[in-house]
Design a protein around this ligand. Structure first.
Ligand SMILES: NC(=O)c1ccc[n+]([C@@H]2O[C@H](COP(=O)([O-])OP(=O)(O)OC[C@H]3O[C@@H](n4cnc5c(N)ncnc54)[C@H](O)[C@@H]3O)[C@@H](O)[C@H]2O)c1
Length: 291
């Protein structure tokens, strides 16, 4: 694998700016593009039509893989797939086994194989930032069913072609909140902690069968959604976000492309001995306290 520098902004100049300034000036985007050889492989990305999922699809495609953009937003999935060299977009709900079966069948029909599963689809809530005693059970169910149960439902079906061949990679996208709990997000914290430990359990079961399973725990990451909510000029959360960034040694949120670079590392065929690893891509947020 190798790194290609695409942007000439000097690191010194960038460090002189705060995280929010960087975001407002649109800097930090597309700085590095990792290169691995995924020629002939097929990557299946859940939640691929938006945010981090889109960067994952683009990164896999840019490195030679066929890509399945699998998303509840069928139109968005097809629109993204149309921009990639060798891709299909499928409407799929991670809570619905029939739609998962259909998406995996479409993958095998198109390419005859599936090599990398990225369990990326996930949700949280901004409407219910409350203590657990006030948390609505139906909202708890929605989040846990997508973020944790959905990952199980997709994995049990999408891993079959890999297990049949005795080779493949599974990459689960959790969150720093699955390692270090955040207040007022109890179902998200619980579901993502579940994903972290489920990854290890999958690594124990699937490693001997040729499929390596690892997990990425992103810190706060710039997507269209978080850009509006947290990082916009008038975002109602910008004061809170400034406090949060004070705890991130790099002082800025991640770019989606930086999460995708970690996924490429875990998918790289040359990287054959990492299994059951939890890879934090969080600017050092969970490394300790910024006292
Ligand atoms: N953005 C961040 O700051 C951040 C931080 C830590 C972890 N994460 C995790 O990264 C992953 C991607 O987050 P994001 O910020 O890009 O989210 P996003 O909201 O921008 O995109 C999520 C995608 O998942 C799809 N989706 C939602 N429910 C689905 C379902 N039931 N079935 C299939 N697809 C569904 C959406 O349509 C969307 O395209 C999530 O698992 C999230 O928890 C994000």
């Amino acid at each position: 694998m190798r790194w290609r520098v695409l942007d000439c902004h000097s690191a010194k100049w960038r460090l002189a700016m705060t995280g929010l300034d960087l975001v407002r000036h649109g800097l930090g985007r597309g700085v590095c593009c990792m290169r691995v050889d995924l020629t002939g492989q097929v990557a299946f990305v859940t939640g691929g039509a938006g945010g981090i999922g889109t960067a994952l699809c683009q990164a896999f495609a840019a490195n030679g893989a066929g890509v399945v953009v699998a998303d509840i937003n069928a139109e968005g999935a097809r629109a993204l797939a149309a921009t990639l060299p060798d891709a299909i977009g499928v409407g799929m709900d991670v809570r619905d086994s029939a739609s998962i079966e259909a998406a995996v069948a479409a993958t095998v029909a198109r390419w005859g194989r599936l090599d990398v599963l990225v369990n990326n689809a996930g949700v949280n809530t901004m409407a219910h930032r409350v203590h657990i005693d006030a948390f609505p059970p139906e909202e708890w169910d929605r989040i846990v069913r997508i973020d944790l149960d959905g990952l199980f439902l997709v994995s049990r079906i999408a891993l079959r072609p890999m297990l049949a061949r005795g080779a493949g990679r599974c990459i689960n996208i959790a969150s720093v909140a699955g390692l270090v709990p955040l207040r007022l997000q109890s179902p998200f914290v619980a579901a993502k902690a579940g994903v972290v430990n489920l990854t290890k359990s999958m690594a124990l079961e699937l490693g001997p069968r040729g499929v390596l399973t690892n997990c990425i725990t992103p810190g706060s990451t710039l997507t269209e959604g978080t850009r509006k909510l947290f990082y916009g000029e008038d975002g109602s959360f910008s004061a809170r976000v400034r406090d949060m960034l004070a705890h991130v040694p790099l002082g800025r949120p991640a770019e989606c492309e930086e999460i995708a670079a970690a996924a490429l590392f875990l998918a790289d065929p040359e990287n054959g001995y990492v299994n059951g690893h939890i890879l934090s891509v969080d600017g050092g947020w969970t490394a300790g306290y910024m006292m």
